[in-house]
Design a protein around this ligand. Structure first.
Ligand code: SF4
Length: 241
């Protein structure tokens, strides 16, 4: 039997997952950023690194008071790279932040509101045209800085929904994203919370080496059935009954 046929990702199925994760973790209050620009810079810096490293880089930028459009425009790329060193790939990321600021200056007179005010489809095209902004970063900016519905998918989404039998292991970004966008109402608040909850679940429960015995989604999960799990102890059963 093809395991991917098991859970056809309908609206009801996806909402059931959402409600279970929400019951488990509650509201996540994303994105952790004080200003739209901080959210955008954070979205670029978080590529290929943990959020704790991004926080150190953001703290450096704030200490030097350069986390403004004018500040990031003025600072030399090499100095910017030093400040964001904790986020890893700092030379490449400095180039990307500079490319974003250059685009903003040339096409929107340096006005973030002008860029973020564009309707989402055009905004996504504009963002994707900027060096260093890929699909996940563009969708994060649209969802969390522009506050418009654009479902963000990432490594956690891919891992969890593969294990839940919703798609094959290899799936493109647009195909994975469309599982959510074609089934869920296009609501910014729902997309915001859903993505944040997926990240929480991927970090805490469905890790590379998953914690299946205590998992609230195990009844949906074909992947856990392929693992040789130890039998739950009476205490574990009681705790999750
Ligand atoms: S049962 Fe295990 S593999 Fe399946 S979703 Fe839960 S933690 Fe992930």
């Amino acid at each position: 039997m093809n395991p991917f046929a098991k859970n056809i990702p309908t609206r009801d199925f996806l909402m059931e997952i959402y409600h279970r994760l929400y019951a488990l973790y509650g509201p996540q209050h994303w994105w952790p950023g004080e200003t739209d620009l901080e959210i955008i810079v954070g979205a670029i810096l978080t590529q290929s690194t943990a959020w704790s490293n991004v926080e150190k880089a953001i703290t450096n930028l704030n200490h030097q008071q350069v986390l403004t459009v004018a500040g990031l425009d003025k600072i030399k790329e090499s100095e910017l790279a030093e400040l964001i060193r904790p986020s890893g790939y700092f030379n490449q990321k400095a180039k990307k932040v500079k490319a974003f600021i250059h685009y903003l200056r040339v096409h929107h007179h340096g006005q973030l509101d002008s860029l973020l005010g564009i309707e989402p489809t055009t905004l996504r095209k504009e963002l994707l045209s900027i060096h260093g902004i890929g699909e996940e970063t563009a969708d994060s900016i649209i969802l969390y800085a522009a506050r418009k519905p654009s479902f963000v998918v990432d490594t956690y989404t891919r891992r969890i929904f593969y294990r839940l039998g919703c798609h094959p292991e290899k799936i493109s970004y647009p195909e994975l994203q469309s599982i959510f966008t074609r089934n869920l109402p296009s609501e910014e608040k729902l997309f915001n919370e859903y993505h944040a909850l997926i990240v929480a679940f991927g970090k805490k429960q469905c890790q590379k080496k998953p914690h299946c015995l205590s998992c609230q989604l195990q009844d949906f999960c074909w992947y856990s059935k392929t693992l040789s799990l130890p039998k739950p102890s009476p205490q574990t059963k009681k705790a999750h009954s």
